[in-house]
Design a protein around this ligand. Structure first.
Ligand SMILES: [Mg+2]
Length: 103
């Protein structure tokens, strides 16, 4: 049972929307769902490149988050626990970890 707190609340909300609007969360769609996350990031990139408003860029980024949370739900992941664990690990890393160029 995934505790409905933090990021899990949003994941459950996204799942309810996906179910309510007829979008499958079947494991057979995992590859498709991964690809669709890329499309939303590409849409954000394109909007930024074309000088569109930051609100529009942000809307596409939120689309990506929605698709990521839908995939997390389809994989039956505890998004909140994973987020907290990963953030803790990242805070323990050194300044500009794994960065030689850019970043
Ligand atoms: Mg979009």
């Amino acid at each position: 049972m995934i505790e409905p707190i933090g990021l899990n609340q949003k994941m459950l909300e996204v799942r309810a929307l996906a179910d309510g609007k007829g979008f499958s969360s079947d494991p057979a769609r995992i590859w498709e769902m991964l690809a669709l996350i890329h499309t939303e990031v590409s849409e954000a990139t394109d909007a930024y490149k074309k000088g569109e408003s930051f609100d529009h860029v942000g809307e596409e980024l939120i689309d990506a988050i929605i698709r990521i949370l839908h995939l997390c739900s389809a994989l039956d992941l505890d998004a909140e626990a994973l987020f907290e664990a990963k953030m803790s690990r990242n805070w323990e890393r050194p300044y500009k970890y794994n960065t030689v160029r850019g970043g």
